[in-house]
Design a protein around this ligand. Structure first.
Ligand code: CA
Length: 357
C-alpha cells in the first residue's frame, strides 16, 4: 500500500462519479520487468497493458513501466513485487527456480506444451489455479502474461553434430532446459537478456538460446555466433507472467480489479499475435540480409535431450511434492491435448505441407 498514491482533492485531473460530485480515488502503480525497456514482444506487452489499463479506467489507475535494471534487476522482479517496492511485475516464472523449483513449469517444460496448449491448460485446465496457490505465500497473484510461441534452439559458436558436442558447452539456458543441458554434459549459465550479446561475443559463453528471430535479430546475436539451430525443444511455448502484489490488488475497487484481469488476458494473446507476425519477417531478414544459415539439431541430439528431460522432470517430481502436483496436472493435460492435436493441428500442418510441395 505504501506506493499506492491517493489523490483526492489535490489531484490535477479530478475524476468524478456518475453523480458528478465525489472525486474518485486515483492509483499510481509501478510495474517492474525483466526486459530492456520497450523490447520487442516481451517488453512491449507490459507497455501496452499499462496504456490499456489507463484508458479503460479513465485514468483512475496509472501504471508506470520500468525496464530491466531501471528500478530493480530482472532477477529481482519477484521479490520487488512481493515486498511492495512495485505493485506489478512482468517476467518469466522460471527465473524464480531458486526460490520455487516448481514455478518453472509455468514458463515451459522441455518437449512439453506449445502456446495454444499452455493457454488451454492455464485457463480451462486448472493451471492458473495451481499457479495462484503456489504464489499465495509470497503475497502475489499471477496472470498469464504472453507467450512467445515455439522458440528456436539458439545460437552456437560451433557446429553441433552429435550429443557429444553438447559436452562442456557453456550455454545460456534458463529453467528446466538448463537442467537438461547439464544432464547431457553441458554447462548452463543464467543470464537475463541484457547480458547475452556481450557474453556471447566475448566468448564467456559458447552458445545462447533467447527467443526466436524477432528478438534474436533485435539483440544482434547473428554478429556473435555463426550457427542458428532449431527447434526450441526447451521452450516449445514459453509463457510469460504478470504478477500483482495481492494487498495492492485487493485494495482496488472491483471494477479496477476486473480491468487488470481483462487487460492481462488481452496482453497475453496480443504477444503471441505479435510473435506470429514478426518472427517470420525477422527470419527472412536473418537469412537474406545477414546470410544466416538455419539448421535443425540432429536427431540423436534431440533424442538425448528428450531422454534427459524425462529424467529431470521425474527426479523433481519424486523429491518435491509441490512440483509433483503441478507436473501431474500438466502431464495429464498434455497427454489429452496431444491426442487431439495429433489428429487436428498436426494432421493439418502435415497435409498443408504435403499439398504445398
Ligand atoms: Ca528462451
Amino acid at each position: 500500500m505504501a506506493f499506492v498514491s491517493l489523490f483526492l482533492f489535490a489531484c490535477g485531473e479530478k475524476k468524478t462519479d456518475i453523480q458528478g460530485s465525489v472525486p474518485q480515488q486515483t492509483y499510481e502503480w509501478k510495474l517492474v520487468t525483466a526486459w530492456p525497456k520497450n523490447f520487442p514482444g516481451l517488453g512491449r506487452a507490459p507497455e501496452t497493458f499499462a496504456k490499456n489499463v489507463e484508458r479503460m479506467s479513465n485514468g483512475r489507475l496509472k501504471i508506470k513501466v520500468y525496464g530491466e535494471g531501471e528500478l530493480v534487476p530482472g532477477f529481482e522482479v519477484f521479490d520487488a513485487v512481493s515486498g511492495g517496492t512495485a505493485q506489478m511485475g512482468h517476467a518469466a516464472a522460471y527465473y524464480w527456480k531458486g526460490k520455487i523449483p516448481a514455478a518453472q513449469m509455468f514458463t515451459a517444460i522441455p518437449f512439453g506444451m506449445n502456446a495454444q496448449e499452455m493457454n488451454g491448460w492455464f485457463h480451462y485446465g486448472g493451471g492458473i489455479e495451481l499457479w495462484r496457490e503456489m504464489y499465495e505465500p509470497f503475497g502475489l497473484i499471477p496472470f498469464a502474461g504472453g507467450n512467445t510461441g515455439v522458440q528456436l534452439a539458439g545460437w552456437f559458436k560451433k557446429e553441433i553434430n552429435s550429443l557429444d558436442d553438447m559436452k562442456g558447452l557453456k550455454m545460456r539456458m534458463p529453467g528446466l532446459g538448463g537442467e537438461v543441458l547439464k544432464k547431457v554434459g553441458g554447462i548452463p549459465v543464467a543470464l537475463t537478456g541484457g547480458d547475452l550479446f556481450t557474453s556471447l561475443q566475448s566468448g564467456a559463453i559458447d552458445a545462447t538460446e533467447w527467443v526466436g528471430p524477432y528478438n534474436d535479430l533485435a539483440f544482434g546475436l547473428y554478429k556473435a555466433a555463426d550457427y542458428y539451430y532449431y527447434s526450441g525443444w526447451h521452450e516449445p511455448g514459453a509463457a510469460l507472467e504478470f504478477i500483482v502484489n495481492k494487498a495492492s490488488y485487493e485494495a482496488l475497487p472491483e471494477d479496477l480489479q476486473v480491468i487488470i484481469e481483462v487487460a492481462t488476458r488481452a496482453a497475453n494473446q496480443d504477444m503471441l499475435d505479435e510473435y506470429t507476425a514478426r518472427n517470420n519477417e525477422a527470419m527472412q531478414t536473418l537469412m537474406n540480409k545477414h546470410h544466416v544459415v538455419m539448421r535443425p539439431l540432429p536427431a540423436d541430439v534431440m533424442q538425448g535431450l528428450h531422454k534427459a528431460s524425462i529424467e529431470v522432470m521425474e527426479e523433481h517430481a519424486a523429491t518435491d511434492p509441490l512440483f509433483n502436483k503441478v507436473y501431474q496436472s500438466y502431464k495429464k493435460f498434455q497427454a489429452k491435448v496431444t491426442e487431439y492435436h495429433q489428429i487436428s493441428e498436426f494432421e493439418y500442418y502435415k497435409n498443408r505441407s504435403m499439398v504445398s510441395q
